[in-house]
Design a protein around this ligand. Structure first.
Ligand code: URA
Length: 232
């Protein structure tokens, strides 16, 4: 069936309106990311540390009802690891375990991610791990575009605070969202892209690897590229 063009346009307009409202509410603007904007590291009380700035941002998100997912979540899953990390992993959204414990990547996919990190001689505490969405979509359904738009500004601010050298986007949602590129993950993975001055490399999501273990080799290759780049 051919989509009705008027309906489609209406949907796009509504989506843009919702995005603008959400940006205004959250005080963040993806479009103004790093464009002459002074990035304040620290919280309002002047605690000038990355840790303090991340804590302040987490509190801000907990206190805001940025999209409907706050109604069904158990815990906000903000992120974990070193605020000084040179390498940040960005996944899709918390799953059941993550929602229950408030920590990213702690289920089966998370255990594989730990092995992937250790394959390049790092520990989880050396890197930072977070997601595009901070709240679990019910029954692990795919994130809606409006949810991604509502949450992405927070991720951008998180990255502005941490200032990593490399971002590794885990899977299709993270890669396509951050790069604004609908190319399949199988074509995006393994290449470095520029993300607002930061090197970004997509790779397969560990949950995908659990279903397709034959592709683990490709992820090890991507990780070797990251290891080399971290040394430069
Ligand atoms: N999958 C993700 O994308 N993120 C998590 O935190 C857990 C599973």
């Amino acid at each position: 069936m051919k989509p009705d063009i008027n309906e489609e346009l209406q949907r796009i307009v509504e989506s843009l309106k919702a995005y603008a409202e959400l940006e205004e509410k959250s005080g963040s603007s993806f479009l103004s990311y790093s464009k002459g904007k002074k990035i304040i590291v620290g919280n309002e009380k002047g605690l000038g540390t990355k840790k303090g700035a991340l804590e302040a941002l987490k509190t801000e998100i907990i206190e805001s009802d940025c999209c409907q997912l706050f109604r069904t979540r158990t815990n906000l899953v903000f992120g974990s690891g070193s605020p000084d990390a040179k390498l940040v992993f960005v996944g899709e959204a918390p799953g059941r375990e993550e929602d229950l414990q408030g920590l990213p990547f702690i289920g089966r996919a998370g255990q594989l991610l730990t092995k992937i990190i250790e394959s390049i001689g790092l520990k989880r505490k050396d890197v930072y791990i977070c997601n595009i969405l901070k709240c679990r979509p019910p029954n692990n359904r795919n994130p809606f575009p409006t949810e991604i738009l509502a949450c992405e500004g927070y991720l951008v601010r998180q990255l502005e605070i941490i200032k990593p050298k490399i971002i590794c986007a885990l899977g299709k949602f993270a890669a396509q969202t951050l790069l604004r590129d609908q190319t399949p993950i199988s074509k995006l993975r393994g290449r470095f892209f520029d993300y607002h001055g930061v090197k970004l490399i997509p790779t397969f999501h560990p949950a995908y690897l659990l279903r397709n273990p034959k592709d683990k080799q490709l992820v090890w290759e991507d990780m070797k590229k990251i290891k080399r780049e971290l040394k430069t």
